[in-house]
Design a protein around this ligand. Structure first.
Ligand code: HEC
Length: 151
């Protein structure tokens, strides 16, 4: 009995991304425009990632990127390239690098670094010491982008 509840506690922790093996923003390993290892060790959920993509208080990616896969959304920005086919253009490791810290891939880009201890990219005090997205939200949005394949 005891053992069983311990096991389910571990499952719950894993699901919430609070396991010790979650990579801290400052410890993310960038190599030639890629981040090979998962930030959490938990597979990304593309459905949750879709919400991160369009959520104004989450990634708000739609503010800058058109995305034909979500025609029901009224506003699509044109600051960055359209997301159509992103999962064919980039590998998962490249997308993880772009979303975590796009500056490591595109020099001087205005795209925010979504997984970096901030105070750098966002001035508001409440963001100090926090990344914009959690490690699992990065994995989720990467899993979603991987579903955007060219026809
Ligand atoms: C403030 C605007 C802005 C926001 C918000 C933004 N991006 Fe970007 N993004 C850009 C720009 C600009 C580029 C082009 C890179 C450059 O600057 O050269 C880019 C590039 C990219 C690329 C590579 C382009 C390609 O050819 O596919 C991907 C993938 C991407 N962004 C994903 C995202 C995701 C996912 C989010 C949300 C978590 C996001 N972006 C939020 C501006 C933005």
């Amino acid at each position: 009995m005891k053992l069983l509840s311990l096991a389910s506690a571990i499952v719950a922790l894993t699901a919430s991304g609070l396991m010790a093996d979650t990579v801290a923003p400052s410890a993310v390993k960038f190599e030639d425009g890629t981040v090979m290892a998962s930030l959490t060790g938990v597979a990304g959920d593309p459905v949750a990632g879709r919400d991160v993509f369009k959520g104004r208080k989450l990634g708000n990616c739609l503010a800058c990127h058109m995305n034909a896969e979500m025609p029901e959304e009224s506003f699509h920005g044109e600051v960055g390239p359209p997301m159509d086919g992103a999962g064919s253009r980039w590998s998962e490791a490249e997308l993880r690098a772009i979303v975590s810290n796009s500056k490591m891939v595109f020099e001087d880009t205005i795209m925010p670094a979504f997984y970096r201890d901030s105070g750098f990219s966002r001035s508001a005090k409440k963001f100090d010491g926090k990344s914009i997205l959690t490690a699992q939200q990065v994995e989720d949005v990467v899993a979603y982008l991987m579903t955007l394949k060219d026809e």
